[in-house]
Design a protein around this ligand. Structure first.
Ligand SMILES: *Cc1c(COP(=O)(O)O)cnc(C)c1O
Length: 351
């Protein structure tokens, strides 16, 4: 099944129109995309075809009931021109975890991996070589089947699009600890990479931006006392020389960057604690000077250092360290991703 991937080449590549020295993040798209349709109870053959708008019935269930999930990954070129992926099977497994929760059919691992490889081969020239740049990869699945009846669709699409991208975040990130809204709840879909989770984040994030912050720090929906995520990233907090991150649960996305950082930090001899961390503890550490660093972790930015945070009308600045863990960890993980360092973990996959 799916062993035959049909390739329909674009007539004329758009690559000459792209300035690879000034790439935005995720808004310039490569020539091709992968599409695979689930219908009649099974996945049909995948096609690699020119990147183009798709046509859906207005009654497609994606528009009405939000069955939509995605992944975010990156491909890199090493100094020898090899194409590298980072823990790609973990993305496939997580996509299927999200799919199960939203009653979207499971995508076979071979379809995911073979489709991804075929797409990257056709668009090989789109994988940036410049330091800090990468090919951002967006696999996604959604309900293309139609009907206003509120039930799972009978037709789905699995697609992959790619975007040559520069570095994600620039500048100092100021965050606001959220006390009213929540991005996820117990028993909900917070652990799934569901589009709806993002839709629900935009409004509280917009309120935070109006107050002069860049992002929201999500706390637990029940008490708003425990710190869970930083925007759409997992969060790490350094108190003295200990790096703390919340355990994953129903409400927290099980980030591949997060788990890689936990492993790398331990192997660098950093004391790592995976435990609940309260707002009270963070405020006390900020006041005593023991709070050294906070940073977000996710595929797009890898690590995004936080310069300061707001909580209940007060602002707290984080110190500027000479050798922050954030920089050390970012370098260690990106060196592994881009084949500048040994990969003792077997995380890097060469195509
Ligand atoms: C995607 C995502 C992350 C980061 O996951 P990675 O696998 O590291 O990219 C963290 N939190 C949320 C809410 C996410 O959607």
């Amino acid at each position: 099944m799916n062993s035959n991937i049909e390739i329909k080449h674009i007539e004329k590549s758009k690559i000459d129109t792209v300035d690879f020295n000034n790439l935005p993040f995720g808004s310039v798209y490569s020539d091709h995309m992968l599409t695979c349709t689930f219908k009649d109870g099974k996945w049909q053959d995948a096609v690699v075809e020119p990147f183009a708008p798709i046509s859906l019935d207005p009654s497609a269930k994606i528009f009405h009931y939000g069955q939509s999930i995605f992944e975010g990954m990156k491909a890199y070129k090493d100094a020898d021109g090899n194409t590298l992926l980072f823990r790609p099977l973990d993305n496939c497994k997580r996509l299927n975890k999200s799919a199960e929760r939203l009653v979207i059919p499971q995508i076979p691992e071979e379809t995911f991996m073979n489709g991804l490889k075929a797409l990257l081969k056709v668009d090989d020239a789109w994988i940036p070589t410049k330091e800090g740049s990468s090919l951002y990869i967006r696999p996604f699945m959604f309900a293309s089947g139609n009907g206003f009846h509120a039930s799972p669709a009978d037709e789905y699409k699995f697609m992959i699009c790619t975007a040559p991208s520069g570095a994600y975040f620039a500048g100092k990130v100021k965050v606001l600890i959220e006390e009213k809204y929540a991005r996820a709840a117990n028993g909900g879909v917070g652990f799934a990479k569901a589009g709806g989770n993002y839709a629900a984040q935009f409004y509280p994030t917009q309120l935070a931006i109006e107050k002069g912050y860049n992002q929201v720090i999500w706390t637990d929906d029940n008490t708003h006392e425990y710190i869970e995520e930083a925007g759409a990233m997992n969060i790490f907090i350094r108190i003295n020389d200990t790096l703390i991150t919340s355990p994953t649960n129903d409400r927290i996305l099980d980030g591949i960057t997060r788990k890689s950082i936990i492993q790398i930090a331990k192997d660098l001899g950093i004391n790592v604690e995976v435990r609940k961390i309260s707002v009270t503890e963070v405020i006390a550490a900020a006041k005593s000077g023991e709070l050294k660093e906070m940073f977000g972790a996710g595929t797009a930015a890898v690590i995004s250092p936080i310069a300061g945070f707001g909580f209940q009308e007060n602002d707290y600045d984080l110190p500027e360290l000479e050798k922050p863990y954030a920089a050390l960890l970012k370098k260690t993980i990106t060196d592994i991703q881009t084949n500048k360092a040994e990969d003792p973990y077997g995380w890097r996959v060469q195509l």
